[in-house]
Ligand binder design. Structure first.
Ligand code: BYC
Length: 472
C-alpha cells in the first residue's frame, strides 16, 4: 500500500521498513480524517486542478494535474542537505548539526514539532465549508490547493515524529488527527486555530496573516540544529509562499472591487448597498487576524523561547543576517506592562526571542498593507488601511491584561465591551458577509460581485479555465 508511487518522497521510504509500517498504520486514519474534516462536499465527485510536489527541484514541486482530493498524493520531502552544515546559533554554535534527536532535547523538540504539526490539520478543519460559498472556481482551486498542502505539512511533521520519536511520536501523530479545531473537549493547541473561518474575507486574512506566522515560525525552525527538521521546514516554506500570495492578492482583489464600487457611485453610497465589502469591514478583519496572529508568537518574555535558542532548537528568522549568534550578553528592548503601565524595558535577548520574531513578522505584514493602499490611491480614494497597534485585542502575553483601541490608547474593560465592534467584526458584519457569499459562483470564468478577477490564471491557464470540474 505504501510506495513511492503513492507517497512521492525523497527520504528513501522504500528502504525504511520501520517508517513504512508506522505510516501504513497512520495513513488510513489520515484519509478518514480528510474525508470527515476536510473540504465538505468536494471529496469524490470533483476533480481539482492542483499542483503536487513530486520532487524538490523547481520543476518537481510545481507539477499540475486534475485530482480527486482524497486521491491527492501527499508526499514527504526534505530540502537538499547543506554539506558540512554547522549549528548557527546558541550554546552549540559552530558544532556540526544533528542527524538524530539528542536525548536531553527530546521533549522540547517533540513539543515544537507537535505544535507546528497541530496547526496544519487545524487550518483545513477551519476552512472546510468555504467551498460552498466560493467567489469563483479560480478561488475554490486556491482554497483546495492550500488545504492539500496543509495536509502535506501535517505529513511532514508526522514523518519527523515517526522517524525520530519512537512510540511517543506515533502516539502524538494519532493525537494530531484526534484534536479538532474549535472542539470544546479536544481543541487545537494554539488559539487562532480554534477560530471559525466562515467567510472568504476571513480566509484571505488568515492566509495573509496567519500563514505569515507560519512563515516566520518555519523560518526560525529551519535554522534548527536538528537537520531533518531544518530541511523539512525549508521545503515547507516554498509552499507557504503560495498561501500568502492567495491571501495578499485575495484581499487586494476585494479592495479593488470596493474601490470600483466607491468610484462608480461618486463616493456617496454605502458599498454594501451594491453588494460590495466596505473598507471599515475590511479594516476590522485586518484588526482581528493580525492581532490573533501576533498572539501566535507566544509571550514577549519566555523561558521556553530562551531554552529553544540556547539549545539550538529554534533560531531567529534569517539568523545569518544577525552579527552575533550566541546572544549571551545582548539585551532587547520591548514594551512590558508593569503595575498596569506600559514601560519600555530591556531584557536578556534570549528571553525575548518570541518578540524578536514578532518584530520581524510585523515588518513582513506591512508589505501587504502598502500594496492594498496603492490600489486605493490608484482609484483616487483618500482612505487607508493599516495594521492596528500590537497592544490591540491581545489574548496572549503582556498586553492580554489591558484593553486598547487600534491606536494603542488604553481604555477600561467597560468601554472595551461597549465599543469593541467599532474595531472588530460584529455578528452583523458576519451576517452581511455570509449573505453576499451564500450563493457560490461555480460558472467558469465568473466572479462574485465583491471581488475582481485575478490578473492572470494559474500556471499559464486563462482565468476562465475550468479549475474544478464535476464528474457526473
Ligand atoms: N495559544 O513561553 P510561551 C502555521 C502557551 S502557524 C495558546 O510564550 P512558547 C500555519 C504556550 O504553549 C505556525 N497557547 O510559549 C499557519 C505555553 O504553554 P505551557 C505554527 C499559547 O513556547 C496557517 C505558555 O503559553 N508553528 O504554521 O515560547 C495555516 C507559555 O508561553 C499561545 C509554531 O507555532 C497561543 N497563541 O511560544 C497552517 C512553531 N502562545 O507550557 C499552518 C512551534 C503561547 O504553559 N511553536 N501559548 O503549557 C512554538 O515555537 C511555540 O510553541 C510558540 C509559543 C511560539 C507557539
Amino acid at each position: 500500500m505504501i510506495s513511492s508511487e503513492k507517497i512521492p518522497n525523497n527520504v528513501d521510504l522504500h528502504l525504511n521498513k520501520r517508517l513504512q509500517r508506522a505510516l501504513e498504520h497512520w495513513q488510513p486514519a489520515y484519509i478518514q480524517w480528510w474525508q470527515d474534516m476536510g473540504p465538505q462536499g468536494f471529496q469524490h465527485l470533483h476533480q481539482v486542478y492542483v499542483r503536487t510536489a513530486i520532487s524538490v527541484d523547481p520543476a518537481g514541486w510545481a507539477h499540475f494535474e486534475y485530482v480527486r482530493l482524497p486521491e491527492y498524493r501527499w508526499g514527504i520531502f526534505l530540502a537538499d542537505p547543506v554539506i558540512n552544515r554547522t549549528i548557527g546559533f546558541g550554546d552549540f554554535y559552530g558544532k556540526p548539526v544533528w542527524q538524530e534527536v539528542p536525548g536531553e532535547f527530546r521533549n522540547q523538540l517533540r513539543r515544537l514539532i507537535v505544535t507546528q504539526g497541530d496547526t496544519e490539520p487545524a487550518s483545513v478543519e477551519q476552512q472546510r465549508w468555504l467551498g460552498h460559498r466560493c467567489p469563483s472556481l479560480y478561488d475554490m482551486r486556491s482554497l483546495f490547493q492550500v488545504n492539500v498542502e496543509e495536509g502535506r505539512h501535517l505529513w511532514a511533521m508526522v514523518y519527523l515524529l515517526h522517524s525520530y520519536f519512537g512510540r511517543d511520536g506515533r502516539d502524538e501523530a494519532e493525537d494530531l488527527l484526534a484534536r479538532q479545531s474549535g472542539n470544546r473537549d479536544k481543541p487545537r493547541i494554539l488559539d487562532a486555530f480554534n477560530e471559525p473561518i466562515d467567510t472568504w474575507l476571513d480566509f484571505f486574512m488568515f492566509t495573509m496573516f496567519t500563514d505569515r506566522d507560519g512563515k516566520s515560525q518555519l523560518l526560525s525552525l529551519s535554522e534548527s540544529a536538528l537537520d531533518p527538521l531544518s530541511r523539512t521546514t525549508r521545503f515547507m516554506l516554498t509552499e507557504e509562499a503560495h498561501h500568502m500570495f492567495v491571501g495578499d492578492t485575495g484581499i487586494g482583489r476585494i479592495v479593488e472591487r470596493t474601490a470600483q464600487l466607491m468610484k462608480e457611485t461618486g463616493f456617496s453610497e454605502d458599498v454594501r448597498k451594491l453588494g460590495g465589502i466596505d473598507l471599515p469591514t475590511i479594516q476590522k478583519h485586518i484588526n482581528l487576524w493580525f492581532s490573533l496572529s501576533l498572539d501566535l508568537h507566544g509571550n514577549e518574555v519566555s523561558t521556553n523561547a530562551a531554552a529553544y535558542f540556547a539549545n539550538g532548537l529554534k533560531g531567529r528568522a534569517e539568523e545569518a543576517k544577525w552579527t552575533e549568534h550566541e546572544v549571551k550578553e545582548t539585551t532587547y528592548e520591548l514594551d512590558l506592562v508593569e503595575d498596569g503601565e506600559v514601560k519600555r524595558t530591556a531584557v536578556p535577548m534570549r528571553n525575548a526571542m518570541n518578540e524578536v520574531l514578532r518584530d520581524w513578522y510585523v515588518d513582513d505584514c506591512l508589505s501587504g498593507i502598502t500594496r492594498w493602499n496603492k490600489i486605493l490611491e490608484r482609484y483616487g480614494i483618500g482612505d487607508r488601511l493599516r495594521l492596528p497597534d500590537r497592544k490591540f485585542n491581545r489574548g496572549i502575553g503582556q498586553f492580554s491584561s489591558i484593553k486598547t483601541d487600534p491606536n494603542g490608547s488604553r481604555m477600561s474593560v467597560e468601554e472595551w465591551t461597549r465599543r469593541k465592534y467599532e474595531w472588530l467584526p460584529s455578528p452583523k458584519d458576519k451576517q452581511y458577509l455570509l449573505s453576499i457569499m451564500s450563493r457560490p459562483v461555480y460558472e467558469v470564468g465568473k466572479f462574485a460581485n465583491y471581488i475582481v478577477p485575478p490578473a492572470r490564471g494559474v500556471k499559464g491557464t486563462p482565468v476562465n479555465f475550468e479549475y474544478v470540474r464535476t464528474e457526473l
